[in-house]
Design a protein around this ligand. Structure first.
Ligand SMILES: [Zn+2]
Length: 503
């Protein structure tokens, strides 16, 4: 995700802050069916109620029917195939917005209730550990945000798109809504004729029946729920070929197709540039979705990154800046999507790397000095740590702040850690580490500890002490090779950051 510099009009609920404070109260123990239903989580420090214990989802099959207006709920069926990792009297799913009409477990009707942001399902007979189960939920999917809820469906001027990071997929569909449980996805979206639907992955069917059409898409790689994307709109799909025959498809408002083409045409070279740094693009396809919406951020939804259209038409943004944010979201396809964070405290691995390649691209293509940017970041880093926590121990969502774990400490503050690492181990070892990281953890999840381990292996020495100081320290350690870099006064920071046009 990349926040853009405009103020965000919406607010995050205080309720989630209280939930964060209750972290220690959440346990992963599974209760007998006679006990009251309660929300469970997988123990994420920042989002204690996200995800659920006792099963591992292999696939989601989402059927959605869009009626042509954004003020009415979509009819939906979510089918989940999961492998049980414990005996279960109950199955908790994350689902917090929408009406559940029925639930079946392995073809038999099940009872259900809600507890917190969980849908708690009781099958008619308990499930045994190490077995497959299929959960089918008939429900509505609500495009109108509830009071105090952010994310999920994004209303555009001509339809809908999705923005689920970090904790909002379960506002759209019942799920195990944590990036540690990736799964395959099939989307079957029915919309009135005249609309175009595009989702993550590749097309797997288009059936026109009467006045509506059902569009089917399938992912060819596992995906975290937070990275799901479904675009429904009066859109054009623009196709072209990327490096080594990679199929690219962009989704833009039909009326703007021509005007946006110069931006769309940049993607193949950007992919080639990133491949020269970190290796092959990790997915089956890529493209940008330019939505007529005002989200306040851009988002790396897997194989189809979400951008606000106005980012490309707003004359205030210089061309190099727009290109660098395209590269930011593109680099997330490797860092964040293919390699997902094990917990949300590991999100610096997403944003630090995306910011790193964003800045490196700006240096190589537009002569914007990486050293200057990192020196400015060094000047601010102590203040960022104080406000948001050290990069690998970020503070929880704050009241009244939208998507508030996404603070500067995990963007330029974390790119600064990568810069320090490159200073410490040298360019060749750093580049080897980057390539090995995305290769070893491809289609999987990885943690900060995994990164520290691999960096130590690649560098041939124990880097635990280095990372402990840089990732978890309240104060920024001295920069290797730049003993003159010092924290700056806030006034100087404002001057150094001027022209960067980002938060
Ligand atoms: Zn990002």
């Amino acid at each position: 995700m990349l926040l853009n510099p405009r103020p965000c009009p919406r607010r995050r609920p205080a309720r989630r802050w209280r939930a964060a404070l209750l972290a220690s109260a959440v346990s992963v123990c599974l209760l007998a069916a006679t006990a009251p239903a309660q929300p469970l989580g997988v123990g994420d420090r920042l989002f204690p109620y996200l995800g659920n214990p006792g099963y591992d989802v292999a696939s989601y099959d989402l059927s959605l029917t869009y009626g042509g207006t954004n003020d009415k709920p979509l009819e939906a069926v979510t089918t989940i195939d999961a492998w049980t990792t414990a005996d279960l009297d109950r199955i908790n799913l994350d689902f917090a917005h929408g009406t559940v009409k029925s639930v079946q477990v392995d073809g038999r009707p099940a009872t259900f209730t809600s507890a917190g942001e969980d849908l708690v399902v009781t099958p008619d007979r308990p499930l045994h550990e190490d077995s497959w189960t299929r959960i089918t939920v008939k429900h509505t999917s609500e495009p109108v945000a509830a009071k105090d809820q952010d994310g999920g469906w994004v209303q555009t001027s001509d339809g809908l798109a999705m923005a689920n990071q970090a904790d909002a997929a379960h506002l759209v569909f019942p799920s195990n809504d944590h990036p540690s449980d990736k799964a395959m996805f099939t989307f079957r979206v029915t919309a009135p004729n005249g609309y175009t639907v595009v989702a993550n992955g590749v097309p797997a069917g288009k059936d026109r029946v009467g006045d509506s059409t059902t569009w089917t898409y399938r992912t060819q790689h596992p995906m975290a729920t937070e990275l799901a994307q479904v675009s429904i709109g009066r859109s054009a799909v623009v196709r072209r070929e990327g490096p080594h025959g990679l199929v690219l498809r962009d989704v833009v408002p039909s009326a703007d197709r021509k005007a946006l083409e110069p931006w769309l045409a940049k993607t193949p070279d950007q992919i080639a540039w990133l491949e020269s740094k970190v290796g092959r693009f990790p997915f089956e396809t890529y493209g940008v979705l330019m939505a007529q919406a005002s989200t306040g951020f851009e988002l790396e939804t897997q194989t189809l990154s979400l951008f606000e259209k106005h980012v490309f038409t707003e004359p205030a943004y210089p061309q190099w800046y727009i290109e660098s944010i395209m590269v930011h979201e593109l680099s997330h396809q490797w860092f964040g999507d293919s390699v997902s964070p094990r917990t949300w405290s590991d999100v610096w691995l997403n944003e630090g790397h995306a910011t790193w390649y964003e800045a490196l691209y700006a240096q190589e293509k537009a002569h914007k000095s990486l050293d200057d940017r990192m020196k400015a970041a060094y000047g601010s880093s102590d203040r960022w740590r104080e406000a948001g926590g050290p990069p690998a121990m970020p503070k929880g969502p704050a009241p009244g702040q939208k998507i508030s774990i996404f603070r500067p400490n995990i963007y330029d503050g974390a790119a600064l850690v990568l810069y320090a690492l490159r200073q410490e181990i040298g360019g060749p070892a750093f580049e080897r580490l980057e390539r090995t990281w995305v290769q070893e953890h491809r289609d999987s999840t990885a943690s900060t500890a995994d990164f520290v381990r691999l960096a130590s292996t690649v560098a041939g020495r124990d880097l635990n002490g280095f990372f402990k100081a840089w990732l978890y320290g309240d104060k920024t350690p001295p920069m290797p090779g730049h003993p003159d870099w010092k924290p700056t006064e806030p006034a100087k920071e404002a001057k150094a950051g001027k022209g960067r046009a980002r938060k």
